[in-house]
Design a protein around this ligand. Structure first.
Ligand code: NAD
Length: 336
């Protein structure tokens, strides 16, 4: 570990204070746990490791990973090194809002609801942005849109919130609770459930890898394995477990809600009506190309990201400035 610490310090990923904190065993009292959960009796410690050689969108990253499973970090570092010398990883994000839902189980008049919501949409958005989501607005985000969906005989109102650097679950739930009353009064309907959706298909993170490969057999075998996972849900589940091997350890290390991301990724993997793989690989003309595309709803503020000292240390080690950059790195590691 001494050599690893020296290398990470040289890279500017860790400070002397970070190294002291890690070598002394991390959190040494129950105060933080008492603030976070109920009936706390201790901490469950996972090993924290670093995946090396990641070069994403022309930037080097030391990837912190909290995980108990052997070989994940070795396989990632080895593959990242290969990609660094034979290819490249690029990422982007499509869309910028997260979804909250207001459910009307038995709408009185869904056509009238649609008309009234359209008429009052801007008023509702302005009120919410003044009263609840003003902190997000000041940072360029906030409530952006309200849309009506019909689900069988129910009406479901979706709100679309740009949560900037927060994961947004609490803020969205607050916005929904705030909107319930004015929507009920304006539309003469009764709202049942107000809750965010973890199927955030209005903000999906995409990672692409292109590798120059002069081994036709290897390229074709990877494509065949991908097609198997795309078509067969039994294979897709295990394929996606492998992808989440790269994703969950970063979510845990950075204090993000891994259950939320897991739920979103698997729901998105079913978007075409059957469970499929969340990554695809193709080989053509000595080029191996891979893609990951799914919602990675994470924060660099909020939740425990800045409260948990190890999460804070890991976010600093990654050197990510914003939630979108963290989501892009996570998607890239999942694909690798
Ligand atoms: P949060 O409640 O801590 O809110 C984030 C706060 O940070 C806001 O008040 C915001 O104004 C402020 N802020 C400061 N700088 C910001 C910036 N640059 N960008 C955006 N906001 C900034 O956190 P949250 O993200 O609303 O909620 C995340 C938590 O909610 C997680 O701990 C998660 O486990 C939990 N949760 C998840 C679910 C779910 O996924 N279904 C449901 C409920 C709660």
């Amino acid at each position: 570990a001494t050599q690893r610490f020296a290398r990470l310090k040289e890279m500017g990923a860790l400070t002397n204070q970070d190294i002291d904190f890690l070598t002394s065993g991390g959190i040494d009292n129950l105060n933080l746990g008492e603030k976070l959960i109920e009936n706390v009796i201790g901490y469950f410690q996972l090993p924290l490791g670093v995946a090396a050689y990641f070069h994403i969108d022309n930037k080097d990253y030391a990837i912190p990973m909290a995980v108990e499973e052997t070989s994940i970090i070795a396989a990632l570092s080895k593959t990242a090194k290969w990609i660094k010398s034979h290819g490249e990883i690029s990422t982007h994000i499509e869309g910028n809002t997260c979804i909250g839902q207001l459910q009307i189980h038995n709408p009185n008049d869904i056509s009238r609801l649609e008309i009234l919501l359209k008429q009052h949409k801007q008023y509702l958005i302005d009120q919410c942005n003044q009263e609840v989501t003003n902190g997000l607005c000041q940072r360029g985000g906030g409530l952006k849109d309200i849309q009506l969906r019909k689900v069988h005989d129910m009406a479901v109102i979706h709100i679309y919130v740009d949560c900037v650097d927060a994961m947004g679950a609490n803020i969205i739930n607050q916005a929904l609770e705030f909107l319930k009353d004015p929507i009920e009064r304006l539309c003469l309907e009764s709202i049942d459930i107000c809750i965010l959706s973890n199927l955030n298909d209005s903000k999906v993170t995409v990672a692409n890898i292109v590798i120059q490969l002069d081994d036709d057999e290897l390229g074709q075998r990877i494509e065949k394995a991908s097609r198997f996972a795309e078509l067969d849900p039994y294979r897709a589940a295990t394929h996606n477990k492998g992808v989440m091997n790269g994703i969950d350890p970063i979510l845990i290390a950075t204090g993000n809600d891994w259950r939320a991301v897991e739920a979103g990724v698997h729901a998105y993997a079913c978007r075409n009506g059957h469970y499929s793989s969340i990554t695809t690989w193709r080989y053509c003309d000595r080029k191996l190309t891979g893609q990951f595309k799914a919602p990675i709803t994470v924060g660099t503020v909020g939740g425990v990201t800045r409260l948990h000292p190890t999460a804070k240390l890991c976010l600093n080690m990654l050197g990510v400035k914003h939630a979108n950059e963290l989501a892009r790195v996570i998607a890239a590691v999942g694909l690798v």
